[in-house]
Write a protein that binds this ligand. Sequence first.
Ligand SMILES: [Fe+2]
Ligand SMILES: [Fe+2]
Length: 191
Amino acid sequence: MLSFLTSERKLQSALSLERYIHTMGVVKEAKKLAQRYNADIEKASYAALLHDCAKDYPKDMKLRFCKEYHIPVDDIMAQNIDLIHQFLGAEVAKREYLVEDEEILNAIKYHTTGRPDMTLLEKIIFIADYIEEGRKKFDTLDEARKLAYEDIDKTMAFILKNTIEYVKEKNRALHPLSVEALEYYKKYLEE
Ligand SMILES: [Fe+2]
Ligand SMILES: [Fe+2]
């Protein structure tokens, strides 16, 4: 694995300034959440740092790399290219940033859609991405920020539910992993 600082520099040239600032916000939030829930702070920082490492690749490049790295692009991903960046990001973190830790790679791999029964690190990155300090205000943000430090599973359910509603409203393609994730976490909302 490259050092944090080397990774940070490398990343800076792969991301837009806006995305870089967002990323550093996610790092800060992920560290706080790791502290709150007794997760590994170093792993949380790395996963947060690299979570969007492939997001600013141009569309053609994303598709080309998916082919090269044997990442299956399903219909939903083809319709909504943005969904590719979580799977491609994990692969880029492994190949270019030399991350071998499966836990870190999976936290990157599922940070947008979520999935059922996530690890603590996966939940931390998913939530930190949603609530980081630089996020522009939207309806459910304050509630998510408060909930995040009270009950992590309830927060997962809350964010998944709101994200899915938003995707449906915008008539965007919804990834089955998100649906499966909400199916799994919704029990926490009823408590
Ligand atoms: Fe992302
Ligand atoms: Fe992000």
